[in-house]
Design a protein around this ligand. Structure first.
Ligand code: ADP
Ligand code: MG
Ligand code: ZN
Length: 475
């Protein structure tokens, strides 16, 4: 980026993701998006005097799972603390979070370039409610449904040096969380959002500069734009001889710029202290093992297997791991028919084409039916064009492909197995043919081929039959 000549960008992220639990993290209110405002609330999540929080075990498990998926150490001892501040979206006037003893420590994410982004921690906390500013005259509306939704906060070390790295990282984080069924990460619903801490340092120096923080970016595009804008702004300040003010800034996506929200001097003292209503959390080996048992193979690992063991190109591996569903589907197919590249082609070219519009992909044909069709094509029972037709017909009717193929008279030849079966039948029924074959094969060959043709309605391949006669009649 030429506009920041002479400086290196330094970025660290704080990422929030809402966990996929049925209920909130400290009460039994539903954790759902889009309900009527303020219907999923109770004395606990609205912080009524005397109400007591009870920790949701599932939220802890999902946070541990997130930690394991990024290679964090899972703390055997962690503590929930109150982060005190007043704001209308937080009716308790404190958020329950973790500070000194977070649930997960360390961890990392590897970028395609081989560069490692270190995680500092992942901790468990609760979300606040949602404010909607209508206008000066009408005022602001508040919805406490989101208050108390379980969140993980992931904090990275300041290891990023470009917007591109940040976006790649966020995509990889989202991929893991979605694959492991930890979070939906619907960014437009605020299911995953990110604070960007950014500073510049003179090229070649190691000392970090003063940073600013941009809060709650919730699309890859706005992350990218906000970073570019802020890097440029800081470069202008610095090269004009000024100093960057440590502050929190608000990104305005419509205007394409950020403005100061509050400086370090105005920063609040949250007066963190251990929440006396919640016991410290002790995690056992069994707890961790239980979570490990429900973990799946992560996409990066799957891409490795697809390339190294199945010999697929990176391109195929990437498309096939674009969702857990597609990836699982592909793997099931390969377990039924060991032709990974053929299956990959069918899925990528023929199957995905059929459902281009759908957001949440569910293939309308079972793995068994698809591989049956692919096998028919590979066995040259039908050609590829007919195979695609057969696939469409299978989807339409829900019938088994082989049955359909027979009904529709699509099979141009008979499978090897069917020929062998007929040959064995003939050998068993007709001793004379069997013994004649031993003496002078050529003399009875025509008869045998004729028999198979008669019994297959002429659909066997004569050359193939001749090939197979030996295997049956020679022993
Ligand atoms: P705080 O508690 O004030 O939020 P942290 O030390 O926890 O501060 O850091 C928050 C985030 O800011 C982390 O992601 C970290 O990597 C990042 N960060 C810290 N110092 C810098 C810096 N000089 N430039 C860019 N990012 C930074
Ligand atoms: Mg911070
Ligand atoms: Zn509640």
């Amino acid at each position: 980026m030429s506009y920041i000549d002479g400086y290196d960008i330094v970025i660290g992220l704080e990422i929030h993701a809402e966990l996929k639990t049925k209920t909130k993290v400290f009460c039994s209110c539903k954790n759902e998006f889009g309900a009527q405002p303020n219907t999923n609330t109770c004395p606990v999540c609205t912080g009524m005097p005397g109400a007591l929080p009870i920790l949701n075990k599932r939220a802890v498990e999902l946070a541990i799972k997130a930690g394991l998926s990024f290679g964090c150490d899972i703390s055997r001892y962690s503590v929930f603390e109150r982060k005190n501040y007043f704001y209308p979206d937080l009716s308790k006037a404190y958020q329950i979070s973790q500070l000194v003893y977070p649930l997960c420590v360390g961890g990392k994410v590897e970028l395609d370039s081989g560069k490692t982004i270190r995680l500092n921690r992942i901790h468990l906390e609760e979300d606040a409610g949602k404010l909607t500013h209508i206008s000066k005259a009408v005022g602001t509306l508040v919805d406490y449904n989101r208050g108390g939704t379980p969140l993980i906060e992931m904090v990275t070390e300041p290891d990023f040096s470009s917007a591109e790295e940040v976006v790649e990282f966020l995509k990889k984080v989202r991929e893991n969380l979605v694959f492991e069924n930890i979070a939906n990460c619907y960014m437009e619903e605020g299911g995953m959002r990110c604070d960007v801490n950014l500073s510049l340092k003179k090229k070649g120096t190691s000392e970090l500069g003063i940073r600013t923080e941009m809060k709650n970016l919730n699309s890859f595009k706005s992350v990218q734009r906000a970073i570019e804008y802020e890097a440029k702004r800081q470069a202008e300040v610095l090269s004009g001889g000024g100093v960057v003010i440590q502050e929190t800034r608000k990104w305005n996506d419509d205007k394409g710029k950020s403005t100061s929200m509050r400086t370090k001097e105005q920063a609040q003292d949250y007066r963190y202290f251990p929440d006396p209503d919640i016991l410290a959390l002790n995690i056992s080996d069994e707890d961790i093992e239980r979570v490990k048992d429900e973990m799946v193979m992560l996409p990066a690992k799957r891409r490795e297997v697809y390339q190294e063991e199945y010999g697929l190109p990176l391109y195929d591996a990437q498309i096939l791991t674009s969702s857990k569903y597609i990836s699982d589907y592909f793997e099931k197919c390969v377990s039924l028919l060991n032709l990974p590249k053929k299956i990959s082609n069918w899925i990528m070219v023929d199957l995905l084409k059929l459902i281009k519009e759908q957001e949440d992909i569910l293939f309308p044909i079972s793995e068994k039916a698809l591989t049956d069709i692919i096998k028919m094509v590979e066995d040259k029972l039908i050609n590829k064009t007919v195979g695609i037709k057969l696939m469409e017909k299978t989807i339409e009717s829900g019938e088994e492909p082989l049955k359909l193929a027979k009904e529709m008279n699509l099979l141009v030849t008979i499978s090897d197995e069917q020929i062998i079966e007929l040959l064995k039948k003939l050998k068993g029924e007709n001793e004379k043919v069997a013994s004649d074959y031993k003496v002078e094969p050529a003399r009875v060959e025509g008869f045998i081929v004729g028999y198979v043709m008669k019994n297959t309605g002429g659909k066997a391949n004569a050359g193939k039959v001749k090939e197979l006669i030996k295997s049956v009649f020679d022993n």
